[in-house]
Design a protein around this ligand. Structure first.
Ligand code: TXA
Ligand code: MG
Length: 348
């Protein structure tokens, strides 16, 4: 298949949006930027189109897709009922990095929801995304636009690396703003539950609707409790090199990692380090990448997946990462980092 690129890095282009809309209405696949990560879009109401997403990504067919909409009114058309809490959250955070789970109606095919009676819905805070959704018919199913098992793409180049020749179009909108996937909240039960932490954190949700729980499967260090979002249970991305998080006071962490670099290099190993602008110069040896300043959480979240992709291109055998337990997004950042590390955290 020929993949075409629409360059919208300098702004939205009406002709390109029209071409994307046509592809989507004809059942094709278009990768597009959102404020979180790049998505791989298809018409959510067309089972055959949705099936193409699974094929292109190599994604298990029981892992449901998020339906993206461009106006709040579109929500009523695809769900059985919109609970009051969802209305309040939509008012507060849509368009934005929040996905909510509802009971679906018959318009949404099971091919989009992985066989579930519920549907995940989100309205992205990105002009290109919303215009493309409108042009494509208003309901666009979109998982992250990576091959299954790779980190979510935060640039169009990441998408091209994974899906070139497997999809019809990539809209290049430059680097994304947040860099981690949306927060997912399940509102289909008694108490709202966070299935995946993201930019919209527990505190922000609670300030609008009161008590919100964290899915127990997210917190469990082992896999004894099954996460409720099907996608959280699959073999997720793990870097080619062994990744270990070193957690503790800044100075102690740097000392420990320096010791590990020295030991590794003595054995002829190439060691990768994920540090910050504040610590990068304190490392002796290794291939050190700064994720940004520890005081700028959005920079850290933006860079995480890109850095992991960069290390996959290098011949490092081990990667040691500092922990980035920042005030607002720390939970989301550490959730992704801990998963990538296969729960290997050493406290020093
Ligand atoms: O930020 C995002 O949410 C990005 C952009 C493109 O919008 N999309 C994204 O999609 O991260 P994906 O498919 O990579 O992750 C969707 C997650 C999966 O873990 C999936 O299992 C879960 O949402 N999910 C989808 N529908 C669900 C449902 N009905 N019930 C529970 N979990 C659901
Ligand atoms: Mg994904």
């Amino acid at each position: 298949m020929k993949t075409i690129i629409e360059d919208m890095t300098t702004g939205i282009q009406a002709a390109g949006i029209a071409r994307a809309g046509k592809i989507l209405r004809n059942g094709g696949l278009v990768a597009f930027p959102t404020e979180t990560v790049y998505g791989l879009g298809a018409n959510a109401l067309d089972e055959k189109a949705a099936a193409k997403i699974y094929a292109a990504k190599g994604r298990p067919s029981d892992n449901p897709l998020i339906v993206h909409i461009a106006e709040t009114e579109a929500l009523e058309e695809i769900v059985v009922q919109v609970p009051e809490a969802a209305r309040q959250l939509a008012r507060a955070f849509w368009p934005g990095p929040l996905t909510m789970i509802f009971r679906k109606n018959d318009r949404v095919p099971y091919g989009t929801t992985g066989g579930l009676d519920t549907v995940a819905v989100r309205m992205p805070d990105h002009e290109i995304a919303r215009e493309m959704i409108r042009a494509g018919g208003g309901y666009i199913a979109a998982p992250s636009a990576n091959t299954s098992g790779r980190p979510s793409p935060t640039t169009a180049a990441h998408v091209a690396d994974d899906l070139w020749g497997r999809i019809d179009m990539i809209i290049d909108g430059g680097s994304v703003g947040i860099g981690l996937e949306s927060t997912i909240v399940d509102l289909s039960g008694e108490t709202p539950v966070i299935l995946r932490p993201g930019y919209i954190n527990q505190e922000m949700l609670q300030s609008v609707i009161g008590t919100v729980e964290m899915d127990k499967g997210l917190i469990a260090a082992d896999s004894s409790v099954r996460p409720k979002a099907p996608g959280m249970k699959y073999k997720h991305y793990a870097p080619k090199a062994e990744l270990v998080i070193i957690e503790g006071k800044a100075g102690t962490v740097v000392d420990k990692i320096n010791k590990l670099i020295a030991e590794g290099e003595k054995k002829g190993e190439m060691i990768g380090v994920i540090g910050t602008d504040e610590t990068r110069d304190a490392y002796r040896g290794g291939i050190v990448k700064s994720i940004g300043s520890i005081h700028e959480e959005l920079t850290i979240s933006q860079h995480l997946y890109g850095i992991l992709r960069e290390f996959d291109e290098l011949a490092v055998t081990k990667i040691y990462s500092e922990a980035f337990d920042t005030p607002k997004m720390g939970q989301a950042i550490m959730n992704r980092l801990i998963k990538a590390a296969g729960h290997q955290i050493w406290k020093v």
